[in-house]
Design a protein around this ligand. Sequence first.
Ligand code: HSE
Length: 298
Amino acid sequence: KHIKVFAPGTVANLGCGFDVMGLTLDGVGDVLEVGVAENAEGFEIRNRSGVELPGNVEENVITPAVRALLEAYGRPVRIEVEILEKIAPGSGIGSSAASSAAAVYGVNELLGRPFSGKQLVEFAMMGEALLGGTPHADNVGPALLGGVVLVRGYRPFDIVRLPVPDNFFYAVAHPGIVVSTREAREALPKRIPLSDAVAQWGNVGGLVAGFALRDVALIGRSMHDVVAEPYRKGFIPGYDALKEQVLAGGALAMNIAGSGPSVFALASNYEAAVRISGEMKRHFEGLGIGCNSYAGRV
Ligand code: HSE
């Protein structure tokens, strides 16, 4: 049995929501062909995407995600995964999450849906641990459930889908530099002063309230982050100048997409999102860095 699966790119953190918030990007993602045979053994991944990926299955994020699912399933299943289209790894728009999400989704469909969406998120986040050292669900959550997602807690695992406002658009720019998730995580402080913690939970509360109330201005002003952005922005050339320009140009917010190097901005109309994605692209190109940019609906 075979199935073709699409999983979208995602933007994690959304500023203040480090490891607990993320949203899906319409129109960009991975496409996988998944095959299963019950009462058989074996696991194969073939990469036909044209994007360079580790040849060893043990180094592919799909492997720990699918193994977690099979362990819970408890019966032998032979699995074949063919990667047809792939978001560039290291882009910051949930490349690893899209692959592991698509793989576990496809296997679950072919097995007759033994697992819930929440369980699939828990399996898929094992792929994230392979790259960043910590299983986190702020990319795999939205990749599997869609829209905007809050990970309320990891132990026990509790994930909440939030409503997405209608008038809500993104601009994302992916500059041609590499920032490893592991390095970007190691750059973060291990301890946070109480005053920063107060600022952060105020903003996370504001962000969740903004989505629940569909108040895009509240979402925009709640995205301020004192925990990750100050320590990671140095990986992204000209970050402060770009942010100033983008906010002056009418964006509701701008921040780092996941662990970077991509950046994203939010806007309340599509024309503004397109214009901002162009500004971001020109910023990086002006610094001699090639850049892809996209704009679309959240
Ligand atoms: N929440 C993660 C981080 C997303 O910011 O490190 C990147 O995988």
